[in-house]
Design a protein around this ligand. Structure first.
Ligand SMILES: [Zn+2]
Ligand SMILES: [Zn+2]
Length: 269
């Protein structure tokens, strides 16, 4: 059984809908033993509809300390962050992750180069959706080679959520020339990948990344992934975790990873 959810947002994030205390209470109700908040810091990515996606980390930490202590008898609450990887922000984030006592840092590519695959215009830059996805994976590869200051690579095939047709034409083989070196770079640096269950609700019929990517990651020697729902509201905490447990087993894992004080531990399923 998966008893930890290590990717969650609250109203401290620009797009969070439930406050931290509601998220903690809902997690206890769901039977989780450990959760990690991972608010957004997309420093340098610019202004989007709704705000800048840069958490006020001091305010976030204050709230975290107060509530993690209040509920410490009932659940372990960890202090994490989801940073938006961009080449030009490397120095900023190296400094930033040392400035706060984070338990866990997710590195995510919410952009490809300087473009945002969340918006339909991203795909119109390319002749085919395949090219648009290739550009995204190539950008992730560059970042996996460049960045050290994270623990788990978030939702590795994120762009597939938003492209025309989503993941319907996706096969590992089509992108293996980019995905193999991407996974190898992550593994070589001692990092892990995340299984992000929000893909199930994004109409992908599976997590991010796709099961074929997780399988290959395992073949290449990848350590047990971290698991997160990426819930932005209480309803999606631990979303489809039974399916994720099944995927872990199918891909040859009997445990998953969690991070405390940036140190990896394994929890048997
Ligand atoms: Zn994300
Ligand atoms: Zn997230």
């Amino acid at each position: 059984m998966i008893i930890s959810d290590c990717h969650m947002h609250t109203t401290y994030s620009t797009d969070g809908h439930s406050d931290m205390e509601s998220m903690i209470n809902a997690s206890i109700k769901k039977g989780l033993k450990s959760i990690c908040f991972t608010e957004h810091n997309d420093h340098g990515a610019g202004f989007f509809e709704g705000g800048t996606f840069v958490v006020d980390t001091d305010e976030y930490y204050e709230g975290y300390v107060r509530l993690s202590e209040k509920y410490s008898e009932e659940i372990e609450v960890l202090f994490g962050i989801e940073i938006g990887l961009m080449e030009k922000e490397k120095a900023f984030f190296e400094d930033y992750v040392e400035k706060y006592p984070f338990d866990f840092v997710i590195g995510s590519s919410h952009t490809a180069g300087v473009y945002d695959p969340y918006f339909p215009e991203y795909y119109t830059r390319f002749d085919t959706t395949e090219e648009a996805y290739r550009y995204y994976f190539a950008s992730e590869l560059k970042r996996a080679e460049l960045f050290e200051c994270y623990d788990s690579y978030g939702h590795l095939d994120y762009a597939l959520r938003y492209g025309p047709g989503k993941n319907s034409d996706f096969t590992y083989e089509k992108y293996a020339d980019l995905l193999d070196p991407l996974l190898s770079a992550i593994i070589k640096k001692g990092k892990v990948i995340e299984i992000n269950s929000s893909g199930f609700k994004a109409g992908m019929n599976g997590p991010n990344p796709a099961v074929s990517i997780i399988k290959r990651y395992r073949e290449l020697g990848g350590l047990p992934p971290t698991i997160g729902s990426d819930a932005h509201e209480t309803a999606f905490i631990a979303y489809e975790f039974e399916a994720v447990e099944q995927i872990l087993r199918e891909t040859g894992y009997n445990s998953y990873s969690i991070f405390r004080k940036r140190e990896r531990a394994e929890i048997i399923i």
